[in-house]
Design a protein around this ligand. Structure first.
Ligand SMILES: [Zn+2]
Length: 210
C-alpha cells in the first residue's frame, strides 16, 4: 500500500486519484479479505509480533465450543477486564486478584493464579499426558500461540486449552459477581466433560472422575 512519503508517490502536489488507485489495487485486497483483516486486528498482529501463521490458522479451525474460542480470542488480543483496569473506574475496587490477592496480570488471570494453576495441572495430566511442556512454554502457547520448536501439535491441545480457559473464565466471574465458591473439583469435572464431548475417550480407557 502506498503512503505519503513513499518514494513511488510523486512529491509536491498530492494526486489523490493516484493514491486511491494504488490503495484499491493493492494485493492486500485480493483473496480472503475477512481473514486478512482478522489477522491485522489481533493485537501484535503486525510484524514483528505476528502470531505464527500456522498456529493462528489452527486456532480458527481446531474443534472447540464457540464460546470457548471467543474467550481464548479475548485472551490473545489482551481484552480481559483485569482488576487493575476495573479499579481505575471504581476507585474503591482492589487492583489485586479477587481469588488470591496477588497482583493480577493476564498470565495470572488465565494460568498462574495458584487456584487456577492446580486446575491446569490436573486438566493437562488427564487430557494431555504426552505434552511435557514447562509452565513458561505452556503460558507462551496460551497467551501468544507460540510453542517450542519440534513440538508435536495435536488438535486436543487446542481443544483442552480453550475449554480450560473458558471454564476458568466462567468460574472466575461466578465467584466475583455471584459469590459462588471457586472449587477445583467441579471445575475440572466440567472441563473434562466438555473436552470429552468433542474428543470422546477411546473405548476401554480409564476414566478419572473428579
Ligand atoms: Zn490469583
Amino acid at each position: 500500500m502506498g503512503f505519503i512519503g513513499d518514494p513511488d508517490i510523486p512529491q509536491g502536489h498530492i494526486e489523490y486519484k493516484y493514491l486511491l488507485h494504488q490503495w484499491a489495487n493493492d494485493p492486500f485486497w485480493i483473496g480472503n479479505i475477512n481473514q486478512r483483516i482478522r489477522y491485522l486486528h489481533i493485537s501484535g498482529g503486525l510484524p514483528p509480533y505476528r502470531f505464527p501463521r500456522t498456529m493462528i490458522q489452527q486456532f480458527w479451525v481446531a474443534p472447540m465450543h464457540p464460546e470457548a474460542r471467543t474467550v481464548w480470542y479475548k485472551v490473545l488480543i489482551q481484552k480481559i477486564p483485569l482488576q487493575k483496569c476495573v479499579s481505575r473506574f471504581r476507585p474503591p475496587t482492589s487492583s489485586l486478584c479477587v481469588l488470591c490477592h496477588q497482583e493480577e496480570t493476564i498470565e495470572h488471570f488465565v494460568y498462574s493464579c495458584p487456584l487456577k494453576k492446580t486446575i491446569w495441572d490436573t486438566t493437562l495430566a488427564v487430557n494431555l499426558p504426552l505434552y511435557f511442556l514447562q509452565p513458561v512454554d505452556f503460558c507462551d502457547f496460551i497467551l501468544h500461540l507460540r510453542l517450542p520448536p519440534n513440538t508435536t501439535i495435536h488438535s486436543t491441545l487446542f481443544t483442552s486449552c480453550a475449554t480450560t480457559i473458558h471454564q476458568i473464565w466462567c468460574a472466575h466471574w461466578k465467584f466475583k459477581l455471584e459469590n459462588k465458591p471457586f472449587h477445583e473439583h467441579p471445575i475440572v469435572r466440567m472441563i473434562n466433560t466438555r473436552i470429552a464431548s468433542i474428543h470422546p475417550p477411546p473405548p476401554h480407557s480409564v476414566v478419572i472422575d473428579y
